[in-house]
Design a protein around this ligand. Structure first.
Ligand code: PLP
Length: 397
């Protein structure tokens, strides 16, 4: 018997595949340095863990409202008003099992078969597959490093068609680290204000900014742009809570209501205990964010300094998130022990096998000239790992 045609369109997340292979090699006794992971290496802060333990003791262990507890929705509502200048009613906010499920359900409720979704490339791995799972058509908008991997109004004008249903924006970006300035975002907002499309703004790396970069939500520029924007965010990256699975979306009430219906008929509700923990994350002491940011800032500087000295690699300074995205394409055509390296998959594969260093091939993000390295890992490992990369490159002929 055949599986649904739908599942044949998608693949398991390529970033997870690298991590899986790295874990396998480590289990087999190899000394592996993993730059592949897309999560902070910090523990979830104690105050947040305590809130979860309290929630268990208080018996908050039952189903909650499908769209999230009033306590968490209220915390998110205050956060969006306080930090982003965005006023939403509670009926405009939904809590989900990670920002990823917010994005997944958005595509499910927005797209009809063949509807187009504009995705600036390089992009976060899951956007195209999520669009495909919703019977939509991902339309990639290639960007260039010279343009800071950003799209412009001209790019949008060229890409819009009568079938365009939505644009995905991700600033700060995973994997490129680019952060749109206020002016650039405002120009895009101005152009899209009277267009009949939704804007999905993935703001999950909001707090991770470097070198004076500032964060703006595109929804904050006018009421008209806010009315067509769905802001997606969550606690995974900000509070090192990736395993807790809490994300959220805020936007037009009819969109949020449809997401809530989908959620009620699929996962019912995000875990009650994790929701209680997320209330503390958002309302409680924020000092853990500053501690993480300080560490990432130091590691980023160190990584950039080392990369500058490795010949054959071009590494731009990311302005946000916690990844570097070096261009390794100058090394394509070379060989490692007789094995030709022609693309990012070859590069990442050879590097992992030869040196025990895991990086994510840029092909996973629609950028085959690049590989992605997370600096959400210890300085000691960064030092060791980059040393091994330099040695690996020296051996290429
Ligand atoms: C990590 C990540 C997400 C998903 O985060 P959740 O853990 O599902 O909340 C969404 N978008 C981007 C760009 C990410 O890197």
């Amino acid at each position: 018997m055949n599986l649904a045609e739908r599942v044949g369109r998608v693949q398991p997340s390529k970033t997870l595949a690298v991590t899986t292979r790295a874990v396998e090699l480590r289990a087999a006794g190899q000394d592996i340095i993993n730059f592949g992971v897309g999560e902070p290496d910090f523990d979830t802060p104690e105050n947040i863990k305590d809130a979860a333990i309290q929630a268990i003791h208080k018996g908050l262990t039952k189903y909650t409202a499908a769209g999230g507890t009033p306590a968490l929705k209220t915390a998110i509502q205050s956060k969006l008003r306080r930090e982003n200048g965005l006023a939403y009613g509670l009926e405009q906010i939904i809590v989900s099992a990670g920002a990823k499920y917010s994005l997944y359900s958005l595509f499910q409720i927005l797209l009809n078969s063949g509807d187009e979704v504009l995705i600036p490339a390089p992009y976060w791995v899951s956007y195209p597959d999520m669009v495909l799972l919703a019977d939509g058509r991902p339309v990639f908008m290639p960007t260039r490093p010279e343009h800071n991997f950003e799209i412009t109004v001209e790019d949008l004008r060229a890409s819009l068609t009568p079938r365009t249903k939505a644009l995905v924006l991700n600033s700060p970006s995973n994997p490129t680290g680019s952060v749109y300035t206020r002016e650039k975002l405002q120009a895009i907002a101005g152009f899209l204000e009277d267009k009949d499309i939704y804007i999905i703004s993935d703001e999950i790396y909001e707090y991770f900014l470097y070198g004076g970069a500032e964060f703006y939500s595109i929804a904050s520029f006018s009421e008209r742009i806010k009315a067509k924007t769905i802001v997606v965010n969550g606690v995974s990256k900000s509070y090192s809570m990736t395993g807790w699975r809490i994300g959220y979306a805020a936007g037009p009430a009819e969109v949020v209501k449809a997401m809530e219906t989908l959620q009620s008929q699929s996962v019912s509700n995000p875990a009650s205990i994790a929701q209680a923990a997320a209330v503390e994350a958002i309302n409680g002491d924020q000092s853990s964010v500053a501690v993480m940011l300080e560490a990432f800032t130091r590691r980023r500087a160190y990584m950039l300094e080392v990369f500058r000295k490795i010949p054959g690699i071009q590494c731009r300074a990311p302005q946000g998130a916690f990844y570097v995205f070096p261009d390794v394409s100058a090394l394509y055509g070379k060989s490692y022990k007789g094995q030709k390296i022609n693309n990012s998959l070859d590069f990442a594969g050879a590097l992992l096998n030869a040196s025990g260093v895991a990086v994510v091939p840029g092909a996973a993000f629609g950028g085959d000239n690049y590989v992605r390295l997370s600096y959400a890992c210890s300085t000691k490992n960064i030092e060791k790992g980059l040393g091994r990369i330099a040695e690996f490159i020296e051996k290429l002929v």
